[in-house]
Design a protein around this ligand. Structure first.
Ligand code: UDP
Length: 344
């Protein structure tokens, strides 16, 4: 078969393509026969996430921080912007760089999209709703965010990125779509990611104390990664442009204590739960209203937590030794130099 004659074949850039979500998206796009350019700084992304694609003729890797101007000399049809640390400990490790990644980085990708006439999908977040006072969260809720707190670098950065995206859309410069991604989990999360699903699984597998912050009564809604990737691709390709942000997540809502009990029931472990202080501005409840995604995209998640959790546990059990051998995310100073590069 002459693969280049496939009519729907596109060249698609995935910024953050070596990360947890990005690498699954690269796999899915490659599976559809597209050319994929993966751009990643490896701040939290990992080369081994895309190792199976490494020598494929339709796959290319570029190591770059999106805070620096991006030049690609080939035509590009679509850009997914998934480039940003997403776990609270990682995005708070260098908050200024996190903010710049969302604002300057998204700006650079929007310029790239404009030059290439490419469509851009921005990975936004349920964090734009902050600690929400409406439940479940619909897209027309403006949110309840502390703009000076330790989560602001991520929440406000992503909110500013949404503002940039919708201004670009209104100006006619770029065909932009915005997905608000709720808590997502699955294989290839880092063992040191710091978020609840990976923390509890890794702690249980290591027979270490399982940390619950606060009382464990706070809730989250957990979406399996394959469902999320299908939602991103549906939003990128839907016609016409929805011209509105779209929530993507699984509405199944669990307390953190319930999640811990599920993990304990699924992992043979001697671990027990320890309670630690609740982080500042930790949202108390979170559940997506996905009416818009159902209506516009015909999308809804298929994998319940009772299925996705064992699959994720099995992956961690098989990969934990390798994860432990990994270096931690690069030090803050490297990211700061990048910012100075932008400023200079
Ligand atoms: N959490 C916890 N123990 C952990 C990690 C997180 O109890 O080891 C809590 C955290 O305080 C929050 C919830 O789990 O209430 C989800 O946290 P996560 O970092 O996974 O995501 P986010 O807060 O960004 O939704």
């Amino acid at each position: 078969m002459k693969i280049d004659t496939i009519p729907h074949r596109k060249t698609i850039l995935v910024a953050g393509g070596a990360g947890f979500l990005g690498s699954h998206l690269c796999d899915a796009l490659m599976g559809e026969g597209h050319h994929v350019i993966c751009l990643d700084s490896f701040l939290t992304g990992r080369p081994q996430n895309t190792l199976p694609l490494k020598n494929h003729p339709r796959f290319e890797m570029i190591e770059q921080d999106i805070c620096l101007p991006i030049e690609i000399d080939r035509p590009i049809d679509q850009i997914y912007n998934l480039a940003c640390p997403a776990s609270p400990p990682h995005y708070q490790a260098d908050p200024i760089h996190t903010m710049m990644t969302s604002v300057a980085g998204t700006g650079n990708l929007l310029r790239l999209a404009e030059r290439h006439g490419a469509r851009l999908l921005q990975a936004s977040t349920s964090e734009v709703y902050g600690d929400p006072q409406e439940h479940p969260q619909r897209e027309n809720y403006w949110g309840h965010v502390n703009c000076t707190g330790p989560r602001a670098c991520y929440d406000e950065g992503k909110r500013a990125a949404e503002a940039l995206c919708f201004d670009e859309l209104r100006s006619g410069a770029v065909d932009v779509r915005v997905a608000r991604i709720f808590n997502t989990y699955g294989p290839r999360m880092r063992a040191d990611d710091g978020r609840i699903v990976s923390n509890l699984i890794v702690q249980a597998l290591r027979n270490a104390p399982m940390t619950i912050y606060g009382t464990g009564t706070q809730t989250r809604s957990f979406c399996y990664v394959s469902d999320l990737v299908a939602g991103l691709m549906a939003l990128m390709n839907v016609e016409p442009n929805p011209e509105m942000p779209v929530n993507l997540g699984n509405p199944g809502e669990f307390t953190i204590a319930e999640l811990a009990e599920m993990v304990i029931a699924m992992v043979p472990t001697t671990s027990s739960i320890v309670y630690e202080p609740l982080p500042i501005d930790d949202p108390q409840r979170r559940r997506p209203d996905i009416t818009r995604a159902r209506t516009i995209l015909g999308w809804e998640p298929k994998v319940p937590l009772a299925e996705g959790l064992p699959a994720t546990i099995a992956w961690f059990a098989a990969n934990l030794a390798e994860s432990e051998a990994l270096p931690p995310p690069p030090a803050t100073r490297r990211a700061r130099r990048t910012i100075e590069g932008v400023a200079g």
